[in-house]
Design a protein around this ligand. Sequence first.
Ligand code: EPU
Length: 315
Amino acid sequence: MTPGSDIKNWLLSNFADDVKFNEPMSRHTSFRVGGPADVFVNPKLREDAITIINQAKKINVPVLVIGGGTNLLVKDTGIRGIVMVLSDLSGTIEATPCELNKVIVKADAGIKTHALCKFAMDNGLKGMNFAIGIPGTIGGSISMNAGTGLGAMEGVVRSVDILSETGQLITVNKDELNFSYRNMSWADTNPTGSFKPIIFSGTFCLQKGNRESVKKEADELMKSRNINQPVSLPNAGCIFKNPAPENPAGKLIDLAGLKGKKIGDAQISEKHANFIVNTGNASASDIIELLELARKKVAGKFNIKLETEVQIVGS
Ligand code: EPU
């Protein structure tokens, strides 16, 4: 539902510094594409974020909370309702030793995933290197169960602070969360069933290790990522999930002969075929057309159905 003037006026009177109207989402996505959000809010205080979400819910205005916009394809027509980012909330990373060789690290949702990896590296903590080079924020990474061939968030998350369906901030332990390949939901016991919660912070269980060896491994992973992935052009990471470990999407699209294929300014990367890059002024529809082409060619050649990993949103 498009927000009416009542909520717009309420937002302006209470959170004027944090609100924009008709804000192009191309400014907030790593793909650098996407039409306008009716309302875009970047609250500075956690309480304000919660107040806005709860108020919008009360009057049935949809709120989409996004992380770093790094795994997101926003359609050219934009997003109806409110888009909220949590990256301007003041955030911290704190470590507390627990059992013998373990440390619990708490990080707020708006913090960059890379900052958590660096914190772990600087403190000689093992466990986060799988995420080296994954762009985006802690909230987005947990929500998408972000990962690589070396691991995923589910391997390190211990608990999350989320907004419950009734609008309260609650802590949920990992065993109550449903993690699956690039997805996470809360197996809530209430009658409405499982839902995708808004995450405000997470705790992670890491192991004490050696600073130099954690750093060495991280440097090598970063080097390999820079060689194998198109890091210098706007993109949203891997477009498709890997249908199976032995059939990575990049290899299938490559074998379908699509490397370098362009529609408008959207191109299947020459470096890695599971990436689409924006070589200039690509539109979301160029990208969608290109990913549909990849899906069709791979289905035709291998009889394998590719599923998008990137989240496609918008009206
Ligand atoms: N390959 C090709 N052609 C290509 C690309 C890849 O033949 O154009 C082959 C490679 O040679 C390799 C295999 O496909 O044998 C797998 O490629 P790669 O090692 O690059 O890993 P991937 O499965 O394509 C995964 C994650 C990436 C992550 C890398 C590095 C998924 C969908 N992708 O890619 O994550 O960065 O491992 O660990 O799980 C992301 O999630 O956005 C993402 C990019």
